[in-house]
Design a protein around this ligand. Structure first.
Ligand SMILES: [Cu+2]
Length: 158
């Protein structure tokens, strides 16, 4: 007659854990806008969601480009310039957007196989040691002349 009780005792901690699972940190809406010129880097964008605990992005890796850096465009006395950033805090229940004109990824040497496939996997290194794997859609460069419609401050490849 003790078996049902033992079974319940074993199961209940799992049930409690399932109820209390915190919302995780995650990343979505990732895309890479290819540079029209192979010699200049492409730009990557995404939205990081902090979940319940928040998190910190410490770096981004990929097998499909030679190098990836996190950058931030800044207005310095009216001149748009940019600086490398080493980490980004994503606040609890908040989000951080990497978007044209602000924070962005720079990717050098995007792999032709990835371009043909139209997407590439990015690995986000998080401050707690987690790695988040995210598929970024690869967008072809915009045709020359489309630049007039772009928001101010968006940088072209350099
Ligand atoms: Cu940049």
């Amino acid at each position: 007659m003790r078996a049902p009780f033992a079974l319940f005792a074993l199961l209940s901690p799992l049930a409690l854990a399932a109820c209390g699972d915190p919302a995780p940190t995650y990343i979505d809406q990732a895309y890479v806008r290819l540079s029209p010129n192979k010699e200049t880097p492409s730009a990557g964008y995404f939205v990081a969601h902090g979940g319940d605990a928040g998190g910190q992005i410490r770096g981004v890796l990929t097998d499909y480009a030679l190098k990836v850096e996190m950058h931030e465009s800044i207005d310095k006395d009216g001149m748009m310039t940019m600086a490398r950033i080493d980490s980004v805090d994503v606040p609890p229940k908040g989000e951080v957007a990497f978007a044209p004109g602000g924070k962005h990824l720079m990717l050098w040497g995007v792999n032709d196989t990835a371009i043909g496939r139209g997407k590439m996997q990015l690995t986000f290194l998080m401050g707690n040691g987690d790695r988040l794997l995210v598929d970024a859609v690869i967008r072809k460069p915009e045709p020359a002349g489309a630049g007039a419609a772009k928001p101010a401050g968006e940088h072209e490849g350099h």
